[in-house]
Write a protein that binds this ligand. Structure first.
Ligand SMILES: [Zn+2]
Ligand SMILES: [Zn+2]
Length: 285
């Protein structure tokens, strides 16, 4: 069975996320390791790091991934913003490595009018700078599939493949598949035929072995809308069948799948969405 979980808040310290994650039944988890709307992040204290490590053992929640700050644009044509993005992403990778995370999920970036080819090259250059600053790290860069709003790259599987092949250390780059974004980008994986075709296309462009995690989100908008609006499992245009095929695909039995759906403070929506996903898994006979 795939390892299911959710994006969990780190309020009260990053290690609190593991306590929270366990309370709602997470087997895998995603966090922000820093404030996702600020350039500068407060360093992780050694107490927090220690507590994190012992709680990972205690809860068995793994893998854990982080999601990079939304301010980062590795494709930015503006030299200052590009350098700031690189520095902030290096900080993200350092935190992830310290906490032993599988990787850092990042939206590839927006070319801001400079064009796709230019943007993809720019992102690969940025990643090269990040890798040079973090030599020997085990934590991965997880390029996220995007909905393709505006000039954002990553809504075609070939974008992800191009970034990976153009950077100097492709072995440090893998992919996070967001179901809401992929549907909004125009890939219809909701039927048997469509599912086969979408995954075959991913395999052809990127390689299925590089699909290291999923964001399981239903979508408020239909196929090809290019709008990034998440909703609860089964309540949007992905629908139960769209999730059922992924959850029961033997190629993803060990893969982390996390929710990024709307939630309130008591997290009851996460509990309900996880129960709904688990109900879609057909037990092996
Ligand atoms: Zn994302
Ligand atoms: Zn996502």
């Amino acid at each position: 069975m795939p390892r299911l979980g959710a994006h969990v808040s780190t309020a009260g310290g990053v290690s609190q996320a593991l306590v929270r994650g366990q309370s709602i039944g997470c087997e895998a988890m995603q966090v922000f390791t820093r404030n996702n709307n600020q350039w500068a992040g407060k360093p992780l204290s050694s107490t927090e790091i220690e507590r994190w490590r012992s709680l990972v053992q205690e809860t068995g929640i793994q893998p854990v991934i982080s999601h990079a700050s939304y301010l980062i644009n590795l494709a930015s044509p503006n030299p200052d913003l590009w350098q700031r993005s690189i520095a902030t992403f290096v900080d993200e990778l350092e935190r992830a490595e310290t906490l032993g995370l599988l990787g850092v999920v990042i939206h590839p970036g927006s070319h801001m009018g400079e064009g796709e080819v230019w943007g993809l090259q720019r992102i690969a250059h940025a990643l090269d700078a990040c890798f040079a600053a973090t030599a020997g790290y085990a934590t991965l860069v997880l390029l996220e599939t995007t909905a393709g709003a505006g000039q954002h790259l990553g809504h075609r599987f070939e974008h992800l493949a191009a970034i990976r092949s153009r950077c100097c250390q492709p072995e440090r780059v893998a992919v996070c598949f967001d179901t809401c974004h992929v549907l909004a980008a125009g890939y219809d994986f909701r039927t048997d035929e469509g599912y086969r075709a979408t995954l075959a296309e991913f395999d052809h462009q990127v390689g299925l072995h590089l699909l290291r995690c999923f964001h399981l989100n239903d979508s408020k908008h239909d196929l090809g809308s290019h709008k990034d609006r998440h909703t609860h499992i089964g309540e949007g245009y992905v629908g139960d069948d769209g999730f059922r095929r992924i959850l029961n695909d033997p190629r993803f039995v060990e893969t982390a799948m996390v929710l990024e759906t709307p939630k309130s403070d008591d997290l009851h929506e996460d509990v309900e969405n996880l129960a709904r996903l688990r109900s879609l898994i057909t037990p092996e006979l």
